[in-house]
Design a protein around this ligand. Structure first.
Ligand SMILES: *[C@@H]1O[C@H](CO)[C@@H](O)[C@H](O)[C@H]1NC(C)=O
Length: 373
């Protein structure tokens, strides 16, 4: 479209309207506006999303529940975990919990070799751990034990590791961080096929408006990621995400952050955890991200959209774009190692380079989805 627009401009320009005509001025305006739109694509996305968001409704649960009603997390709920003192020693500002299936050993190693291996980013300590359940295959269980002894970064909950149990994995993760990592001001939940960028996240958090710190130094609630708007429950009984009316009577879910990567501040984590334990689990379990959205809604926490979290479409690689993005989904282990090495060992991109690259890679990701890649 941009190409054809330029072509049209050229033709008209050459023919009738002469050097000072109205048409060329309009053409220049359109081209200029398109360039600006590409440069500020994230602001446009943010604005468009905020228009679509359901206005925040304070859930009823927040005032009724007192923090002391939260059941304690018991260490015996975890079959494998690093030392209970891991956070006391590491004092992380940000803890990233990677949800991973037991057989995905290569994905975990790629993460350890890249962003997960970082311990200090922008002057803050960061820590990355992996969250697994119990594999059906006992041999796989033994392999996990060996991996845990070798790396000391696995947390294993007491539930079967299946697709249908992903919500239990998140609950186990929230419980673990609540109990064993009170030092962390932020927790990120990330899937194991995501190229995460702690440095871009911390940069974003540092420059947030309004600031996350209230006047008395308290951290505000934050539930940040790529927000899904107005998603309807799936009423098709043969679907993987079937949600019968008894389990969820509403016609749309509250807006929620995509489960591929999202971030909670400590106060939001505590409220959400409290809301999650206050009501019995629905059957069947909703998808993990929908569940977190429902409980956040009950706790009166509204999701915040951030265009730097990639959604469904794969983002084509470009160095400046990957330096700026907080999370990129659908990255296989070999690519993760290659992209990280290229994007994070080179000099930071200029402001203009970053803006242009971000705009182009977002438009390409969008076009990729439209033509069905
Ligand atoms: C989830 O885990 C529980 C406890 O291990 C198990 O009883 C249940 O069958 C699992 N559910 C699914 C859907 O896999």
């Amino acid at each position: 479209m941009v190409g054809r627009g330029l072509w049209g401009c050229k033709n008209r320009f050459g023919k009738r309207s002469g050097r000072f005509g109205v048409v060329p001025a309009v053409c220049v305006g359109v081209v200029g506006a398109s360039l600006l739109a590409v440069l500020f694509i994230d602001s446009i996305e943010l604005w468009a999303t905020s228009l679509g968001m359901t206005s925040s409704v304070k859930g009823p649960a927040q005032d009724r529940l007192l923090p002391q009603s939260m059941p304690p997390t018991r260490p015996e709920e975890y079959l494998l975990m690093p030392s209970p003192l891991v956070c006391q020693r590491a004092r992380p500002y940000l803890i990233t919990m990677v949800t991973t299936a037991p057989p995905n050993q290569r994905a975990r190693q790629a993460i350890r070799d890249t962003w997960g291996g970082e311990v200090e980013v922008r002057g803050r300590r960061v820590l990355t751990l992996f969250m697994v359940g119990v594999p059906a295959n006992p041999t796989m269980g033994k392999l996990l034990l060996v991996e845990a002894q070798e790396h000391g970064d696995l947390v294993q909950g007491r539930f079967q590791d299946t697709y249908g149990n992903l919500t239990l994995k998140t609950l186990a993760m929230l419980g673990w961080v609540r109990r064993f990592c009170s030092q962390a001001r932020f927790v990120a939940k990330v899937d194991d096929d995501v190229l995460f960028n702690p440095s871009a996240l911390l940069r974003h958090l540092d420059h947030r408006e309004p600031p996350l710190q209230t006047a008395d130094g308290q951290l505000a609630d934050l539930y940040l990621g790529r927000v899904h708007l107005h998603v309807m429950p799936d009423r098709n009984p043969s679907s993987k995400h079937f949600m019968p009316t008894q389990a969820y009577p509403g016609t749309v879910f509250p807006d929620y952050c995509s489960g591929t990567a999202y971030v909670l501040s400590r106060p939001a984590l505590l409220k959400l955890s409290l809301a999650a334990t206050a009501t019995p689990l629905p059957h069947p379990l909703p998808p993990e991200d929908v569940f977190v959205g429902l409980r956040a809604h009950a706790a009166g926490i509204t999701p915040t959209h951030c265009p730097l979290f990639s959604g469904g479409p794969a983002v084509p690689y470009s160095r400046c774009c990957y330096q700026a993005m907080v999370s990129v989904h659908h990255v296989v282990p070999s690519e993760m190692v290659r992209f990280w090495a290229d994007a994070h060992t080179s000099a930071p991109c200029s402001w203009l380079g970053t803006r242009a690259s971000l705009g182009v890679c977002k438009v390409r990701a969008l076009l990729g989805t439209l033509i069905g890649h």
